[in-house]
Design a protein. Structure first.
Length: 158
């Protein structure tokens, strides 16, 4: 008689830890802009309205491309979408250190960062809960906590 044994270690927990790390970065990006608000205004001589427009554009692009990210996640799966989004986000982090004009800020933070963030939430929220919750209960809430952890801690450590 063959016994049906459950594995000692559930792979879904690795998914939760990885998703937590991704959400720490995504949550931090959402709030880190405020830390650099005054220093960048002083450095470049931009108005608050000019500078805040980049954040509004990032939120708009993230929302708009989130729909596209959902379609791409359904078609190709969460791994390539999250990887491409991570590459966009990494590129935007690098390019933010190189900006010197307002149009560069809008392009890098508004468009590229928005595109990077748009593909992070859909795979995590849908597929993370689908994979993990089936076997381990509602442990997806632990990875979602990464978003709040990142938004709380990025600002204080910067």
């Amino acid at each position: 008689m063959i016994e049906n044994r459950k594995p000692k270690f559930f792979y879904g927990y690795i998914v939760v830890v990885a998703a937590f790390c991704v959400m720490v970065v995504a949550g931090g990006v959402s709030v880190i802009f405020g830390v650099f608000f005054e220093p960048m205004l002083t450095e470049f001589g931009w108005t608050r309205a000019m500078f805040s427009g980049a954040t509004s554009l990032r939120i708009f692009i993230t929302t708009l491309l989130g729909i596209v990210g959902g379609r791409l996640t359904d078609k190709f799966g969460p791994r390539p979408v999250a990887t491409a989004s991570g590459l966009f986000l990494g590129l935007s982090f690098f390019l933010m250190s190189r900006i010197s004009t307002i149009w560069q800020l809008y392009l890098v933070f508004g468009v590229i960062t928005g595109a990077g963030m748009s593909g992070l939430f859909v795979p995590h929220d849908f597929y993370g809960s689908e994979v993990v919750c089936e076997e381990a209960g509602n442990d997806d809430r632990h990875s979602s906590f990464g978003r709040e952890f990142g938004s709380d801690n990025y600002a204080t450590t910067s």
